[in-house]
Ligand binder design. Sequence first.
Ligand code: TRP
Ligand code: ZN
Length: 876
Amino acid sequence: MRDAEPKAIHLSDYRPPDWLVDKVDLDFSLHPSQTRVTAKLALRRNPAGEADAPVVLEGDGLTLVRLAIDGTPVAGPSFEARPDRLTLAHPPADAFELEIETLVDPTANTQLMGLYRTSRNYCTQCEPEGFRRITYYPDRPDVLSVFTTRIEADKEEAPILLGNGNLVESGDIPGTSRHYAVWHDPWRKPSYLFALVGGRLARVGDSFVTASGRTVELGIFVEEGKEARAGYAMDALKRSMRWDEEAFGREYDLDVFNIVAVSDFNMGAMENKGLNVFNDKYVLASPETATDADYSGIEGVIAHEYFHNWTGNRITCRDWFQLCLKEGLTVFRDQEFSSDQRSRPVKRIADVRALKAAQFTEDQGPLAHPVRPETYREINNFYTATVYEKGSEVVRMLKTLLGDAGFRAGMDLYFERHDGEAATIEDFLAAFADATGRDLSQFALWYSQSGTPLLTVSGAWDEAAGTYRLDVAQSVPPTPGQPVKKPMLIPLALGLVGPDGQDMPLSLGNVPVENGVVEVSEPQQSFLFTGLDARPVPSLNRGFSAPVNLASDLTEADRVFLAAHDADPFNRFDALQRIALEMLKTGARSGTLPAPDALITAAGAILADPALDPAFKAQALALPSEGEVSRELASDVDPDAVFAARKGLRLAVGTALAEGFATTYADMAATGPFSPDAASAGRRALRNLALDYLAVGGEAEGIARARDQFELADNMTDRITALAVLAQHEVPEREAAFASFYARFERDPLVIDKWFTLQAQIPAPDTLDRVKDLMLHPAFSLANPNRVRALVGAFAAANPTQFNRADGAGHDFVTDVVLTLDGKNSQVAARLLASFKTFRQLEPGRRANAERALRKVAETPGLSPDVADIATRSLG
Ligand code: TRP
Ligand code: ZN
């Protein structure tokens, strides 16, 4: 374990590196417990660095075997080698070759950072600071070098040897059972993009011809026997490669592109140059084992990692404070890709739902931080929804403000200026400012101010003048370290909907509003819309043009009207959700739901509208989650009351619209063999929503329908949603279905994860005991991040009533798991602990329980920096 109280690192302390690495030759001799790593670094003093600076290379738990300078072995005291640092106080020259030999133990590596083993294969994960667990190096993203990697291994143990770049040489080592491969990556890169893989893997191959006519060999490497499940990922890869050429003019730049799927992985996937490494959950799919959500997740993550080749790899980050430079931008790019491949409005709705669930809650709690943080103790804890999802929203707003052509011109200039460099957010914004002539200094506050802005909007209709005045006030709530905020530049897309449901002209002082977007930049502002012949209903923040909370003076009747007529599909969805949210808030606070008539009218109209996309209907008719209701309540939350209100409203809607749901269930039945395309997935989503509404009362007919679907389904989406419906009800069918599901899929860990998750989410008092029992199940393992997330992560993040049990046992259970896990995999432990991020919103009793559990963690000696940082900030 590392230093338990690491120093805070500040953006303002950035200094250029003192030493550069012009090239690096790595030689790995793979062995399960004693892998020998030889690194030859061509070091050169940086003219921009500090004069006479020593060479200081980072390490993490390293053992030095040998050191040589320009081929001559050196001994102490000319250097100092500690596990965490190698120092040459008096470098021999301003340029020299340093040869470093280290021994590492991949089998003992349970952190899954650096070189480790997974299913007997060797693989690496270096972002952000894993390379220093392999060899001593200036392990920071602004040191770019040309890497050549030689990998040697036992032929039997590791017939496949993969590295970054292109394969230049391979062969047997005569007289031994070993062989080798040499990979050369011509593109300069930081150490966090280094990767190697060795092992017994099956290759699924294909090729891609780039726009300029070069052929790229594509390979997806999976465990033997899983080849048939890589087809969708390969298809998504080829579509991503084409899309980046068409949408951004970006071509691939090596002769090969390889993807490796591994089963032990801390996150989703990693964009190592030419050798992406994936959590196998984002590669493997078949109709029997993967849901529609899994298919779209694969498509999105394959695209995301591929797009990093330009946004992240060709242009990388100067320091880790700039993480959103690659992550926010690349999330934006993958969201746009998926929008183009599927339905744009439905994708937008899904993304905003996820943004609110993960990022708005983060922004509202003790872990709130800016899109570009200015200080951190543990960088691993900043791979957050704020950096990724809000980071993407900021790029989206830039596009809204500059228009399609201005945005593209800015991107082109960014690529032209910074290709091959390690850049900053200032560089990124300057490219857009210079390409379009627009001053972006106020806009830049989106990167430095944390917290979700609140827009308070009211309208005033002047019949005589034919004008409608919109008064807009903005404020940004205080967040940790930022008590007072400046006003932001907020692009507010809007429309004025006339009595006939059509958009009225949108003019300010008789000048048409371009793109339907007004810019809010002052604490208080009024917009006077002219030339109107009737009182409009404003449709605000169309397409969720800005990631803000909105308080408006719209009435329930206005919302029913918008849900039926708004030309913006996002706001039709949002109007319906808002009607439901207000009812749920009232219900949760008072214990009595208000009359649900308005919701039933609006929902019924959407359900019955044959012109609407089924996928859209499924999104619109799914009530806001318990988490969303709690977030809106913001304080004194009783999760049981929220659950009861939501259940009551589902029952009311399900009962009132039972006939419509029954018809929908029949109409949306599949007409042909399974296909994962968006239209078919949309029909399944709507049909499964109907199944849930028809069973919500727990009557025999609804349960039987779910049981039949569970048994007869020919695809995982239909089977698992039927099981999810059964899981909500205490009926004998539930346990029977769980048992039969396990028997059918016991050999398939990714599917068994779904089985763990559904059980962890059951909103019943015996769930905690069930989860504790499941931790002892042979299919569970604390060493595998997917298993931990599927069982304990789901309990903490997706079972609000049981995680927040009034007796505190749910909180204690999760913090106990965090402490047990911390010694094994501190990154996963820290992420699990971050599930407490909303605890301050709870009513006093539960809040005190959560605080006590967090305090116990914080006071435990020997914590990892990862867990210590989350515990401290959560309590802070
Ligand atoms: N850069 C990766 C991505 O977003 C994610 C990543 C960061 C990661 N750190 C990691 C993946 C550690 C695995 C382990 O695409
Ligand atoms: Zn990424």
